[in-house]
Design a protein around this ligand. Structure first.
Ligand code: PLP
Length: 259
């Protein structure tokens, strides 16, 4: 019997040499969900499992050339965006959107490393808000990211609803950074609708959990799963990867996506 071709997910992500976050997380999660990752590196980072020490964005013109070349060659079923590295790269990706307006975009707004280092300056945050979010199908901010993107000290809930109004069709606000005993992730859509996903809080910290979640979502959306089920499945997969994470460095644990 002829095997079905795996859907292609085009990824824009940073390279994390620990292999926990960034493009490696994308490739592993996307493969595990039965899709093929087409990886484009947006930035090279120097980091360990505790924090990002520095990073160098890749030239935006090169990124654009790589993406155009792949898009001409392969049928891309979803685009996953993680760390962008520079405002110029956000602008380059925006120019692709005009030509490829039907491909769903899953955006993990990577603004800071788990250890606290900022990965996005103001001009990049502005570019994400004005150029990328209006084209985003599912946005996956944590609470600090939702507040930073909307420049609000307001409640996370209002920030998530504002992100819906700014153009993200679905906003999956992840709940790790709240004080709740359980971790409650909330999906906001069509302004008032919400769905909650509750998980037992884990005691460790992880390097690449957000990337695992967004990449899984992109793979499931590439397979035409509806967004609510895709969120449930991607969150379940990420939780399993965290429960089975490995303590490979001196800092956060590395999610085990090979489960
Ligand atoms: N992408 C890269 C390249 C990173 O270096 C980081 C964090 O350091 C992230 C994404 C976000 O990681 P997480 O999934 O842990 O939020």
């Amino acid at each position: 019997m002829k095997q079905q071709k795996p859907p292609v997910v085009l990824c824009f992500s940073g390279l994390d040499p620990t292999g926990g976050a960034g493009i490696q997380a994308d490739i592993e999660a996307i493969a595990k969900h039965g899709c093929h990752a087409a990886p484009i590196i947006t930035a090279n980072t120097v980091q360990d499992t505790t924090n990002v020490i520095s990073f160098k964005p890749v030239d935006a013109a090169l990124i654009l050339k790589q993406a155009r070349t792949v898009l001409k060659d392969m049928p891309v079923s979803a685009i996953k965006i993680g760390m962008l590295g520079s405002g110029e790269t956000a602008e380059a990706i925006y120019t692709l959107f005009r030509q490829y307006s039907d491909i769903p975009v899953i955006l993990d707004p990577v603004l800071a490393a788990g250890g606290g280092t900022s990965l996005a300056q103001k001009n990049l945050i502005d570019a994400i808000n004005t150029l990328i979010i209006p084209r985003t199908y599912i946005l996956t901010p944590n609470v600090p990211e939702a507040l930073l993107l909307t420049n609000s000290k307001a409640q996370a809930e209002s920030a998530a609803q504002l992100l819906n109004k700014m153009g993200a069709k679905y906003v999956l606000l992840t709940g790790t950074h709240t004080k709740n005993p359980d971790v409650i992730h909330k999906l906001y859509f069509k302004s008032k609708n919400q769905k909650s996903f509750t998980y037992k809080r884990l005691q460790n910290e992880y390097h690449g959990s957000g990337c695992t979640l967004a990449a899984s979502l992109a793979a499931l959306i590439a397979q035409k799963m509806d967004p609510v089920n895709a969120c449930q499945n991607a969150l379940d997969f990420t939780y399993k990867a965290l429960i089975n994470a490995n303590n490979l460095g001196n800092g956060q644990l590395i999610p085990n996506r090979n489960i």
